[in-house]
Design a protein around this ligand. Structure first.
Ligand SMILES: C[C@H](O)[C@H](O)[C@H]1CNC2=NC(N)=NC(=O)C2=N1
Length: 100
C-alpha cells in the first residue's frame, strides 16, 4: 500500500519536528544541506543513508561536493510529500549526528 500524499497542514506539523529541513517553494519536497568536516565523513554518511533508503524503498535526490551533501526528499509517485519522506529525513538526521 503506497502512502498517501500529505496535506499542507500535515506537512507543517511534520516540519515542526525537523528544525534543519526546509519546504521547497512548490511544497512538494523538503531540503537540507548537511555539512561535515571531511569528504570521508560526507561519503560515509551517504553510504549509511543509501542502506536506509534501500530498506525503506524510498530514495533521496542528493548532491555531494567534498564535505557537503545537499539532500532533496520527495515522493515521486505522488509528486509530493508522504510520511516516507519524513521517515527518511529523520533517519538521515540521526546518521549525520553519528557521523559528527
Ligand atoms: C517501485 C518502487 O517501489 C518505487 O520506484 C519507489 C522507489 N523509491 C522511491 N523513492 C522516492 N523518493 N519516491 C518514490 O516514489 C519511490 N518509489
Amino acid at each position: 500500500m503506497s502512502p498517501e500524499k500529505l496535506s499542507p497542514q500535515a506537512i507543517e506539523g511534520e516540519l515542526e519536528t525537523l528544525q534543519d529541513w526546509t519546504l521547497r517553494e512548490d511544497g512538494a519536497a523538503i531540503f537540507r544541506s548537511f555539512r561535515f568536516r571531511t569528504f570521508s565523513q560526507a561519503f560515509g554518511f551517504m553510504a549509511e543513508c543509501a542502506l536506509v533508503a534501500e530498506r525503506l524503498n524510498h530514495h533521496p535526490e542528493w548532491f555531494n561536493v567534498y564535505s557537503r551533501v545537499d539532500v532533496t526528499l520527495t515522493t515521486h509517485h505522488v509528486s509530493g510529500l508522504t510520511v516516507q519522506d519524513f521517515k527518511l529525513a529523520r533517519a538521515m538526521d540521526r546518521a549525520a549526528r553519528r557521523g559528527d
